[in-house]
Design a protein around this ligand. Structure first.
Ligand code: C5P
Length: 219
């Protein structure tokens, strides 16, 4: 199986409060995007395409290894992944889409996703259980209901797909008004079953400054 990794790195990272795009912020002296690329490779991905913000394309190219393909992303994560998918080579059987914002994802998570694809799944996501009591609140902040947390899962990346399935799902979603926050939602909207494998707390997403501080401690 030949696997291409796509790293979505074209976000601004406003919630992190950095002046740089989030994927260029340093963790242990290395930009987040470099950690994400390394995690994919260490887990068994053969080549990597990274979607970056247009104004910082040169800055990304300067920090990424020479054999990483850099493309300009879009205004939404979906648009960024679409651009990277168009650049992914057609000889690839599998595509793994990963957030640059999950730098400390262990290679074992990548390997579990690849193994599920090799076993025949067309779509697979790493997931973790929900451990907190989970409720629904109304616009005034009043709790209006409980949610049984047993069947709930938090979804991480990398998310893995059969390449032709992902390309077809993205084509079908083009022009849709739906807002997709990940790639498995795009594939599910096309009616494809999405399988799960165990995620890992270390694959947590860096969103606010506290997350970055925790990641530094983890190192
Ligand atoms: O904003 P959020 O943290 O959910 O973004 C998840 C990932 O998607 C990040 O790695 C970010 O760089 C990427 N992204 C992107 N293009 C956008 C917005 C977000 O590649 N337009």
């Amino acid at each position: 199986m030949h696997a291409v990794g796509i790293v979505a790195a074209a976000g601004s990272g406003l919630r992190l409060g950095a002046e740089l795009p989030k994927a260029l912020v340093l963790l242990g002296g290395r930009p987040l995007v470099c950690w994400a690329v390394e995690a994919l490779r260490a887990g068994g991905v053969d080549e990597v395409v990274v979607a970056v913000p247009a104004p910082q394309q040169a800055a990304f190219t300067a920090v990424l290894p020479d054999d990483v393909h850099v493309v300009v992303g879009g205004d939404t994560r979906t648009a960024s992944v679409r651009a990277a998918l168009a650049a992914a080579r057609e000889h690839a059987d599998a595509v793994l889409v990963h957030d640059a914002a999950r730098p400390l994802t262990p290679p074992e998570v990548v390997a579990r996703v690849l193994a599920a694809l090799a076993a025949g799944a067309a779509a697979v996501v790493p997931v973790l259980p929900v451990v907190d009591t989970t409720v629904v609140v109304d616009p005034d902040g009043l709790v209006t209901g409980d949610v049984a947390r047993g069947p709930l899962r938090r979804v991480q990346t990398p998310q893995g797909f059969d390449r032709t399935t992902l390309v077809a799902a993205y084509a079908a979603a083009h022009g849709s008004a739906a807002e997709f926050t990940d790639d498995a939602s795009v594939v599910r909207a096309a009616g494809i079953p999405v399988h799960t494998v165990a995620g890992d707390e270390r694959a947590a997403k860096i969103t606010v400054p506290h997350d970055l501080a925790l990641a530094e401690l983890q190192l």
